[in-house]
Design a protein around this ligand. Structure first.
Ligand SMILES: [Ca+2]
Length: 315
């Protein structure tokens, strides 16, 4: 056996200690880097979540703000038109850590699908108006029968194209007709033959409101005016829109007087120059997160109160 000198032993022990120290230093550095990465990731996730919550809270606050705008700028019982401040679109305004913007749409500028669920004259004129609208949009007018069956209370199939429980029960995924007014226009995607493509075309011109409503001729787009007044062609409807944007209609009688021909048929109960329903859309950004709030406002039946929020969503 070879005996090592004390000096040699000391030298080897010293070398091992250096190697051990280096390994420990490397291990400590690795642990520190891992901890730092985890902490940064936690902070990042925490900030993202905080921004998301703040953006959603801001968007919801924006909806409350629009209630006051409608209350102050579209007074109950008065003529509602697009020259009033409520109709101004607010572009994305910078705020701390983000921005907020949005707009209000008069829901009575559109044809109310739920009018079809009643048996009033408004239902009859809305059905005729929707058939003209669908034809103008190159959609099958029979779809109006299908939608009528979806929202009307009875189980009698409208011909042609209607569908009640028997048709829905016979599908691979059996369902029933709603037989009740729809709350959101998007629910019509459940209706026979209503697909995303036809929905996209019709969506800007229809609304789903919880009570029978007339079309506000001061806010309706030309397509809706042309559909509402039988015999009014698109070019004449566009001229009417240009005219009312300069001088809003003061009454339904004023609207009728300014039609291009006196013989054009109109159901006066389906027309108005006032509105009680408004759709709101708000976008709020915080950091790199975006929140969208949408809501339907209905004018309060109680004088002096802000409009009621019928429904609202935030995503
Ligand atoms: Ca039905």
């Amino acid at each position: 056996m070879m005996l090592l000198s004390d000096a040699s032993c000391r030298s080897r022990s010293s070398g091992a200690a250096v190697v051990m120290a280096m390994l420990l230093a490397a291990l400590a550095a690795t642990i520190a880097a891992t901890l730092l990465w985890q902490q940064q990731r936690w902070i990042g996730e925490h900030q993202h979540r905080r921004d998301q919550v703040q953006a959603q809270a801001l968007a919801m606050a924006g909806v409350q703000w629009t209630r006051q705008i409608v209350f102050d700028n579209a007074p109950a019982g008065n003529v509602v038109h697009l020259g009033q401040p409520w109709a101004l679109r607010l572009p994305a305004m910078p705020i701390e850590n983000g921005s907020i913007g949005g707009y209000i749409v008069d829901a009575q500028s559109r044809l109310n699908i739920n009018n079809l669920s009643t048996t009033s004259t408004t239902a009859t004129s809305t059905r005729a108006a929707l058939q003209r609208l669908f034809a103008a949009l190159a959609l099958p007018p029979n779809l109006v029968n299908t939608i009528t069956d979806w929202v009307d209370a009875d189980d009698k199939t409208s011909d042609p194209g209607g569908a009640e429980d028997a048709w829905y029960l016979a599908q691979p995924i059996a369902t029933l007709a709603a037989n009740a007014p729809v709350r959101r226009v998007g629910e019509l995607l459940l209706v026979r033959d209503v697909g995303p493509a036809s929905m996209a075309r019709v969506r800007p011109f229809v609304a789903a409101l919880d009570a029978p409503t007339a079309v506000n001729v001061n806010t309706a787009p030309a397509e809706v005016l042309a559909a509402t007044v039988a015999g009014l062609d698109p070019a004449a409807a566009a001229l009417l829109v240009a005219s009312r944007d300069k001088t809003p209609f003061t009454s339904v009688a004023d609207f009728k007087a300014r039609l291009p021909r006196p013989d054009l048929a109109t159901d006066e109960t389906s027309l108005d120059v006032r509105s009680d329903w408004f759709e709101v859309s708000i976008e709020a950004q915080q950091g790199d997160t975006l929140a969208r709030a949408r809501a339907l406002l209905r004018r309060s039946p109680t004088a002096g109160e802000w409009p009621v929020v019928v429904w609202q969503t935030v995503e």
